[in-house]
Ligand binder design. Structure first.
Ligand code: GUN
Length: 308
């Protein structure tokens, strides 16, 4: 039987509807809307799209949304100076520095920039203080993608407590906070990564399997226990006919889409997983819209917390 499709687009739309009145109430109380400042350095096509969607969502909910661009050649000092000016701006409640930063800023630049953000404005939850507060289950601002995954599970009434959750990927942005959020909801959590022995066997133990690896179609049927819930965090672009043919059958919608547009998106989960999973997030239209809704939620939460 085909897996139940967890419709992130629809869930995110409901969340945005719930949040817009909160933004309006804040504006009425404080004489200004909650404000988000987004820093985008360089010109990655994917980052451009993510940032545009974040700004649009936040603005449409009645918040202020401002973009601060830096050149691909910008220095780490310029990025830090931009963040400091946003820290000092009282109309800005949330600051988000889109990752990845240009490689030219040097190794370790990203965490330096994240740590320069005022923790009270850190809507990504990437600051060391917010990461630490998450470990202790007392964070106000939590990384948006894992938070969105939890929101989707809860709103789709997928039980977490007592279930075995396996997270593939150990990044600071997704894997680690995802594991903690599942743990705080009483899942038994296993974190897997590139050095895990017999990864498919580990993954097959999961009632909830989260794929956050960044490799197209990596999670095949061999990784999935029949009936498991599979959350696909990956967003990968395929732009050759050979790659598309490796994953999608002739006559499929994705093949048609490739013929029209020259590229298609695929997650970290192979399309064949639909045949064994109990529930599955599509790509696009799964986790992505939830991440963006959580940027809005965190912006309003940061504004409310700062106003107290
Ligand atoms: N790049 C990929 N995901 C994210 C995210 O959640 N936040 C930021 N700032 N950059 C990202």
């Amino acid at each position: 039987m085909a897996a139940r499709r967890l419709d992130g687009t629809a869930v995110a739309a409901r969340i945005r509807e719930e949040l817009a009145p909160k933004a309006a109430a804040f504006a009425a109380r404080h004489g200004r809307p909650p404000g988000l400042g987004v820093v985008l350095a360089g010109s990655s096509a994917a980052s451009e799209i993510y940032v545009r969607n974040k700004l649009k969502t936040v603005a449409e909910a009645g918040c202020k949304a401002a973009l601060f661009r830096l050149d691909e050649s910008a220095s780490l000092d310029e990025a830090l100076a931009t963040v400091r000016s946003l820290n000092a701006d009282d109309t800005i409640d949330g600051i988000l520095v889109q990752s990845p930063l240009p490689a030219g800023m040097g190794k370790g630049a990203e965490q330096q920039v994240f740590d320069a953000v005022d923790p009270a404005k850190d809507v990504d939850g990437f600051h060391a203080i917010n990461a630490g507060l998450l470990v202790q289950k007392r964070a106000t601002l939590v990384a948006c993608t894992p938070l969105g995954c939890i929101e989707l599970l809860e709103r789709e009434a997928i039980p977490i407590a007592g279930r075995h959750a396996v997270v593939i990927g150990r990044s600071d942005i997704v894997g680690k906070p995802m594991a903690l959020l599942l743990l705080h909801r009483d899942a038994t959590v296993t974190i897997c990564h590139s050095r895990t022995t017999d990864l498919p066997a580990m993954a097959r133990q999961a009632d909830i399997l989260v794929a956050a690896i960044g490799r197209p179609g990596f999670v095949t049927k061999a990784f999935v226990k029949p009936g498991a819930t599979v959350i696909d965090v990956g967003i990968n672009r395929l732009d050759t006919a050979d790659d598309v043919a490796r994953f999608f059958a002739e006559g499929s919608a994705k093949r048609r889409q490739f013929a029209e547009k020259g590229s298609v998106l695929i997650g970290d989960v192979h399309p064949e997983v639909e045949e064994v999973a109990g529930a599955l997030t599509p790509v696009p239209g799964g986790v992505g819209p939830l991440t963006i809704a959580m940027v809005l939620r965190n912006t309003i939460a940061a504004a409310e917390a700062r106003a107290q």
